[in-house]
Design a protein around this ligand. Sequence first.
Ligand SMILES: [Zn+2]
Length: 135
Amino acid sequence: MRERFIRFMQGRYGGDQFGNFIVIVALVLLVIAFFIPSYLVKNIFHGIVVLLLIYTYVRMFSKNHEKYARQNQRYLKYCGKIKRVILKKKENAAQRKTHRIFRCPNCRQAIRVPKGKGKIAILCPRCDTEFIRRS
Ligand SMILES: [Zn+2]
């Protein structure tokens, strides 16, 4: 039995990160469906969950490695982008406590200056325009 299963899985794509992601989405939809009072909407959600799970099995048992590996790469690339955006937002939030960002009135360049220094003259590094702001 075990051997037959191993032989069956030979050359098949198997699991990957995107596959795991689809399963998580399906589980989340299942939990949301649990709280939906309308039977019609609940059934639509259940239908989507079943389709998603069928799709993960199709991917797992497929012998078209190239297609699903490419799909997974796209997914990982997208995850990386989202992670970078979140990281940038966190950095900006941390900086807002100690710094202020001003825009150059001439060229719109963003310039970061330390907070709480009173009125200061800011020199734009891009176009050399000087302007006064309270930091
Ligand atoms: Zn400027």
